[in-house]
Every structure is written in C-alpha cells, then in structure tokens.
Write a protein that binds this ligand. Structure first.
Ligand code: HAM
Length: 420
C-alpha cells in the first residue's frame, strides 16, 4: 500500500467537530474587541526575515532558534511570521496610518509559526488573536490599563474562568538598561550554577534568564531581591497610574517583578495571563507597551504603541474542560424513500436554504431506521420525512427530534413553518 502522508509535526488539522468552538472564540473576540473601537487588519503570512530580526531581538529565542525561514535565492529572505506585532507596525509605517488617525486601534486573528519543539500547548503553527494600539505620543497609562482590561474581558466573554493576570513594568529603555545591570550583578555569584543557555544569556541578554524553564535556573531566579530601584520617578508614576486604572475598573492582578517577556521590544508595562491548569505551557496571552519599535522599524520616534496577543490553541485547551455547548446542527434534515421523493426533497432543501434555514438532504434513500440513526448522529433538530404517501398529499411529515412530536406540513408552507 502507498505510504500515507501525515500532517507536519507541530501542526494540527482543525476538524469539523472542533470548528464550533473555534468559531465561538473568534466571534466573541471580534465582538468584544470591536466594542473597544478596534478595526481588523490583515497582513501577509510571511515577511522579510529582517523585519523579525530587527524587531524581536537577535538574542530572543523566537529569532535565534524558532524563525522559520523560507528557502529562496535571496541571501536574507523571507520568514513565516512568528507573531503579529512586527508586521502590524511595518504596515502602519508603510501605509502612513499616523497621517490618517491619531491612534490606530488594530486587531488580527491568524496563524503564526515558530520552529519550536512541539508539546501540549506548544505548536509550530498556532493561532493568535492580537490587538495593537499605535499612535504619535500615545503613552497614556489609562490606555495600557484599558488594553489589559480588554484582554481580561475578552477571556470572560468567551467563557473562561480561573485565569491569572500578572503585571510588571520595565520602565524606559534607560531603566531597562539599569535593570539588566542589577540582574547581571545579582546573578553573577550563581553563574556557574545556571544552565549552559543561561550562562550565555547573562552576557547576551540577561532578561532571558528570568524566562528560563530549567528548574535550577528558576530556583536561582526566585532568590533575586531586586525591587523597583532601577525605575526613574517618571516610570514609577506611569506604572502607578496603570495600576490605578485597573483598580478603578475592578480588574484583579498580581505584580510580578520577574515578568520580563521573551521579546525584546517591550518598555514600561508588561503583562501575562496564565491558566495554571494548563501545566508547562500555561501562558494564554501576553503583551505590553513597546514605544521604541516603530522607530526601530524606520518610523517616527514619537509613535508609541501597546498591545497583546492570546494563543487560540491554549484557549481551546482551557475551554475543553468547561461545559460549553455549541449548537451547529441543522434545523431540518430531509429523509426520502424513493427516487421520486429524493427529487422532491432536492427541491425542498433548496427552498429552505434560500430562505435562510439551515437544512440538509440525505442523498441515500435507505430504510427509516438507518436514516433516523443518521439524524440522531448529526443532531438534526427536525427531520422532514418524504415518502410516497407524503408525495401524494403534497406534504412532508415533520418530526421534532427533541419532543418526538410529528405533524404534516404542506410543501408550500414549510418555509413559513421554519420561520424563514
Ligand atoms: P508571545 O508571548 O510570544 O507574544 O505570544 C502570545 C501568546 O501566543 C502566548 O501567550 C501563547 O498563548 C501563544 N503562543 C506563543 N507561541 C506559541 C506556540 N508555539 N504554540 C502555541 N501557542 C503559542 C507575542 O506574540 C506578542 N506579539 C504579543 C504582543 C502583541 N505584544 C504586544 N502586542
């Protein structure tokens, strides 16, 4: 037999049975995000590799180990997008959105790609729901608070409970530099106890040590004692106002000084939402302020931004345990028992669908028993039975599958009967 071809490792099919849950998340997300005044943007699935290398940080794992570059003849070619922020910023600059609006409120839903070692909740192709607010001089602490609130409200809207919000501030780039000095000096005595990766990270980008999943490194990180001494007064005040905004809206959060995030572009506010029930890959989403990225990608230094992204696969994993019911079955399934009845059914299903009724026709004119088994399997709300008797009466026997009640409805009244 010819060898079967499997789905690539770290990717997955989303089968029809899973689609209602995906649709539910997308629909609720769109509604919620648009209520906050955001508009959708769609950017290509691949971009110039340089875009990601310049924005996410040469020392970030995403660029260093996980960028999926496309083989081509150009030396520095294209890469599948590992996240959405860099591409949205590229598009913002390229399309001069700053000249069109004071604050661009943009969102996206789509596939992202990272060449990671696959495990539960960690894939090579995954999907994000992302939100970005970009505009000249738009560093408003209340905008950060609103952004965090939106991420929390969105999760509630899709039916999630039991998640945790952690926040922190990295301050200005100068503060961030001071923080990295503090970290380096505090980690120095433990350097030889850190994993090999982290020893290299200490020189290249000490923040990455705080994200390390290695148990020994985590233990060392838990001993660090830095407070907010690296923050300028201005940064402390900014952070205070973000927290006041969250308090005002009743959003509960935990302050986490070790939260630095794995991408280089963050300054000031950073946040992460996690679901402890998910195990090792527990981050549902993350984000923060990234005031320097626009300038770094060739735009104006005055354009500031903040945003977040949620990972859809991890939302799905979290929702699977919760008892949510998504209706996707047909209102009417037509069952027929002869070629002549099938032709009539073919016509009837067309009329129902044209009137906005979700209807289907079973093309296989088998026994009543086998056809009813099918109706139960697909969860049809009603079956329309058309046999020879019905053809003579110009009517269908309509059986409500929930109550078991059956009544005869003339063909010409079916659309009205189903409220079309
Ligand atoms: P991130 O923290 O790299 O941030 O990813 C955000 C979320 O995407 C994660 O919390 C996780 O739920 C999901 N995710 C990431 N990698 C994977 C993977 N390999 N498999 C499954 N899910 C994954 C960003 O991407 C930033 N662009 C967020 C942002 C937007 N910051 C500002 N604006």
């Amino acid at each position: 037999m010819t060898k079967k071809i499997s789905v690539p490792r770290g990717t997955a099919d989303i089968l029809p049975a899973d689609i209602p849950l995906w649709n539910h998340i997308e629909k609720q997300s769109r509604q919620c995000i648009e209520q906050y005044g955001y508009r959708e943007i769609r950017t290509p699935i691949f971009e110039d590799s340089a875009l990601f290398k310049r924005s996410l940080g040469q020392t970030s794992d995403v660029v260093n180990k996980q960028l999926l570059e496309l083989a081509g003849d150009k030396k520095d070619g294209f890469a599948l997008r590992p996240e959405g922020t860099a591409a949205v910023v590229r598009s913002y600059i390229e399309n001069n959105l700053d000249r069109q609006e004071q604050l661009s409120k943009l969102y996206y839903i789509g596939s992202m790609f990272r060449g990671e070692r696959p495990q539960k909740g960690r894939l090579r192709e995954f999907h994000q729901i992302g939100v970005e607010a970009i505009g000249p001089k738009t560093s408003y602490p209340l905008l950060d608070a609103e952004m965090i609130t939106l991420s929390v409200e969105l999760l509630k809207r899709i039916g999630l409970t039991g998640f945790q919000l952690k926040i922190n501030t990295l301050g200005t780039p100068e503060d961030k530099q001071k923080l990295s000095d503090v970290l380096r000096s505090q980690l120095e005595p433990y350097k030889t106890e850190l994993c090999e990766d982290c020893q290299a990270r200490m020189d290249r980008n000490v923040f990455r040590v705080l994200d390390c999943k290695n148990r020994g490194c985590k233990e060392i990180v838990s001993k660090l004692t830095f407070q907010d001494e690296y923050l300028s007064e201005e940064s402390q005040d900014y952070y205070k106002q973000v927290k006041e905004g969250l308090d005002l809206l009743g959003i509960s959060y935990e302050e986490s000084p070790c939260l630095v995030r794995g991408l280089d572009y963050y300054t000031h506010t950073v946040f992460e939402i996690s679901n402890p029930a998910l195990g090792a890959q527990d981050a549902l989403g993350a984000g923060g302020r990234y005031n320097k990225l626009v300038a770094q990608l060739g735009g104006s230094d005055e354009v500031h931004a903040c945003g977040f992204a949620l990972g859809m696969e991890r939302l799905i994993l979290s929702l699977e345990d919760q008892d949510l019911n998504f209706e996707s079955s047909v209102d009417a399934l037509i069952l027929t028992f002869s070629d002549e009845a099938l032709t009539k059914g073919f016509e009837v299903v067309h009329q129902l669908r044209k009137s906005g009724i979700k209807a289907d026709l079973n093309f296989k004119t088998g026994s009543m028993k086998s056809q009813m088994r099918l109706a139960n399997k697909v969860g049809a709300k009603n079956v329309l039975i058309i046999g020879d008797d019905e053809l003579v009466k110009n009517a269908a026997a309509v059986k409500n599958m929930e109550t078991g009640e059956q009544e005869e409805i003339k063909f010409e009244s079916l659309v009205k009967f189903f409220g079309g």
